[in-house]
Design a protein around this ligand. Sequence first.
Ligand SMILES: Cc1cc2nc3c(=O)[nH]c(=O)nc-3n(C[C@H](O)[C@H](O)[C@H](O)COP(=O)(O)O)c2cc1C
Length: 119
Amino acid sequence: MLPVGEVEPSDLESLDLLIAGAPTQAASPSPPMKDFLENLPKSAVEGVDVAAFDTRMTTRWLKIIGYAAGKIGKQLKKKGGNLVMKAEPFYVTGGKGPLKEGEMERAAEWAKELVKGRE
Ligand SMILES: Cc1cc2nc3c(=O)[nH]c(=O)nc-3n(C[C@H](O)[C@H](O)[C@H](O)COP(=O)(O)O)c2cc1C
């Protein structure tokens, strides 16, 4: 697991599964995730299983402008990745977090489902 701003090209060699997640900021992935996705070489994800998640607020009107996870998933797919799970949101309290109660456990379940059969 790496912070997205610290990923080196060598970290992307021979991937079995790439999980990318970021906070939603202004209806989009955070700037470091945007940079990562823009610069991600197709060769690193072509044919690789991929999954995306975000963190976001529960404020209803924000639904109108959208969120990060779907956009991350779409870009990974565009680069040739094989999206294996529906992009998943995890909800934070207020504008800054922390995660709402139960969300950490839900994230663990989501991740468990993803790695099932890969060990
Ligand atoms: C500049 C900025 C813009 C944000 N825009 C949105 C937004 O459009 N929709 C949303 O649901 N949350 C938005 N948020 C809330 C973040 O998603 C929330 O703070 C984040 O998920 C918390 O995770 P973190 O602690 O890893 O940053 C925004 C937060 C910041 C700081």
